[in-house]
Ligand binder design. Structure first.
Ligand code: ZN
Length: 463
């Protein structure tokens, strides 16, 4: 048995540092740690193999008495720390923002003049979002609100980079130290906002859609399909619906051995933003049954207002569980992804935890791909308001297809550019044995162009 790593720090900041340490050492590296109180509040020491790595405590000390105050931003100063001399790190420099870019190697001691635990916490807990007052039209924090330095930081799995750097420092002092093996995996999902054409119950809507296809989109084939879909849906033949791409998605993913998760809205009565379908419709229940029978998973797509409302969350979860029971699903874990990726860094983790979900998969930027929490690994979240650890697991969302295609977002129209960006994201996940969490809506597979791109994308992100 190896001696555990000892982490020494001032216990005035225990809750946050303990949470960070558990994620870094236990969850990500698979190493045992013991925590010891240190009188000096300015340092955090890591002791392994009778060697001390002395790091600075800047963030936790400064923020302790003015928690969630944005004044902490005045202490942020980006610089490059050279880590060239440390074996097996893949970068020559890493960006740091709390402290100075200095590292000194002495015989039994390494001193690092930056606050590595503070930087990790600041990103992975969502603190940087919680102190921001900026919100987009859906009340969301957005990638575009970040400074250029932070944008660059979150295009990469910066937390994983910091953790790897820390491990390499420790391994330099103890070459026998090994971390747990983590292997690349993917999490492919679909948010079911529009399971079928919105027009099929109304002849006037169908007519408007038909003329839109014909005159605006100049697509005669689609115009005919719209009419066919209207009439054939009356006979429960849904094969003419351009949004009915569920079998297509499952076929491709099954070919590559991927289990998908489909997130369904279960209550559309609270807001007009929650789509037009009801989970009680026999058509939807049959779809869910088919997904379950094919071995894929069902999750809750939390309604527009539910991200900060515990009653809505519990009610919607119960409605979904009732349906799952009817389908004889033996799914044991229920996950959630919020509609429109709406999220409060302060309250959503606590409410979703309280509502009894097993995981959340909302935390990615709507307006940009990347690593909103600095990692692609799953981790248990932190309640920033009550300053306690939570059980609820976050599966960070890395790529949503709409972030790339959206005209108001990244506006990528070139499929080669799309694939290049996807490959880059996969490489970052592979490098740290993380999970590529990839969302593509069934409604974005309307034509051959997108279907071909989907096929290619799933091939790319598969193991
Ligand atoms: Zn949605």
């Amino acid at each position: 048995m190896k001696n555990p790593i000892t982490l020494e720090f001032n216990f005035d900041h225990k809750s946050e540092i303990e949470w960070t340490a558990k994620i870094v050492f236990k969850k990500f590296l698979g190493l045992d740690i013991e925590l010891k109180h240190l009188d000096d509040p300015t340092k955090i020491n890591i002791i392994n193999n009778s060697h001390v790595i002395e790091t600075k405590n800047i963030f936790f000390k400064l923020s302790n008495n003015c928690w969630l105050d944005k004044d902490i931003l005045n202490y942020i100063n980006f610089s490059d720390l050279t880590i060239d001399g440390i074996p097996n790190v893949t970068k020559k420099n890493i960006k740091i923002f709390f402290g100075q870019p200095k590292i000194k190697f002495l015989e039994k001691k390494t001193t690092l003049d930056c606050d590595i635990f503070g930087m990790i916490f600041f990103i992975i807990s969502g603190y940087y979002e919680a102190i921001s007052l900026k919100k987009d039209k859906h009340d969301r924090f957005a990638f575009e609100f970040l400074t250029k330095d932070f944008q660059n930081l979150l295009k990469e799995p910066s937390v994983d980079v910091y953790v790897n750097f820390l491990f390499r420092l420790m391994k330099k002092n103890d070459p026998t130290l090994n971390k747990k093996n983590q292997y690349y995996d993917n999490f492919i999902s679909c948010d079911v906002d529009n399971p079928y054409g919105f027009y099929i119950d109304s002849f006037s809507k169908t007519t408007r859609k038909f003329f839109g296809d014909l005159l605006k989109r100049k697509d005669l084939v689609q115009a005919n399909l719209t009419l066919a879909n209207f009439f054939m849906s009356k006979f429960k033949n849904y094969s003419y619906d351009e949004l009915n791409t569920f079998n297509f998605m499952m076929d491709i993913n099954e070919f590559y051995g991927n289990t998908m998760t489909f997130f369904f809205l279960s209550d559309n009565s609270k807001s007009s933003m929650d789509g037009f379908y009801s989970i009680d419709e026999s058509r939807i229940q049959k779809l869910i049954k088919r997904i379950v029978e094919r071995g894929h998973n069902i999750g809750l797509h939390g309604s527009y207002l539910s991200y900060n409302n515990i009653e809505y969350l519990i009610n919607e979860k119960n409605l979904l569980c009732d349906i799952l029971e009817k389908t004889n699903s033996n799914q044991t874990k229920i996950g959630i992804r919020q509609h429109y990726l709406r999220w409060s860094a302060k309250s959503s983790p606590r409410l979703i935890d309280k509502a009894g979900f097993d995981f959340d998969s909302t935390v990615g930027f709507a307006d940009h791909i990347g690593f909103r929490r600095g990692t692609s690994h799953n981790y248990s979240m932190y309640d920033l308001e009550n300053r306690v650890s939570l059980k609820i697991l976050e599966k960070p969302l890395i790529v949503m297809e709409d972030s790339m295609f959206g005209k108001e977002y990244m506006n990528i129209s070139d499929d080669n550019d799309f694939k290049l960006k996807l490959k880059k994201m996969k490489k970052s996940c592979v490098e740290f044995g993380g999970e590529f969490n990839f969302l593509w809506h069934n409604s974005t597979l309307k034509n051959k162009y997108y279907k071909d791109l989907y096929k290619e994308s799933i091939r790319l992100v598969s193991n």
